[in-house]
Design a binder for this molecule. Sequence first.
Ligand SMILES: [Zn+2]
Length: 236
Amino acid sequence: MTDPGPPRAFAAERVLVVAPHPDDESLGCGGAIASVAAGGRQTHTIFVTDGGASHPGSATWSRERLAAQREVEASNALECLGAADHPRSFLRLRDADMPAEGTALWREAESKVVEIVSDFRPDLVLLPWRRDPHRDHRDGWRLVTAALAGQRPLQLEYAIWLDELGAAGDRPRSGEMVECRLDITPYQAAKRSAVAAHISQTTNLIADDPQGFRLTAATIERLTGTEEIYWQPCGR
Ligand SMILES: [Zn+2]
């Protein structure tokens, strides 16, 4: 069933976007970010991990160098989406090695999110899908959901790796979520530019790690159509 609510949801004044890695904001929510920015409204993107694990075999790109590069790419992507002057926060947790829930590092990150939420006061939060096959995406959902405890901004979730890597049990269950589709036709080109701005993930920038991660053309094609799909928890 398709909720007639997306236009209402995306008319939000302050949209908090949660990106487990730099590139998820563009792949998952680039159209929404561009639409909100074009409407003169605000986004705040939280980049949860530093993205420093995509090329572990490179001799020339250390984790630190790569993480710094990925912050530049994230800012370039937000510029492509018309959100150059919108706030963003880098939590800089270790990519593919997030701290365990309840540890001091986890609690510190949760406190930062609590502070961001309290300053920004979002009326819509775009979260990674709670059962995305990528662990950082699930952990990002858990971290921000914990930080939002007791608050009731509208929450929508977006999946990145579910269609390619997910098991049947990872998909929304009957009665769990309502699907919301956002037509991003006017922003599709901006979204594609934003994805392409992540040059460490989309080009041969890092040439000395043949095993390094690269977004495939098929993944990019799948996630940069004319619609973005979100799920809203039923009863919210
Ligand atoms: Zn990701």
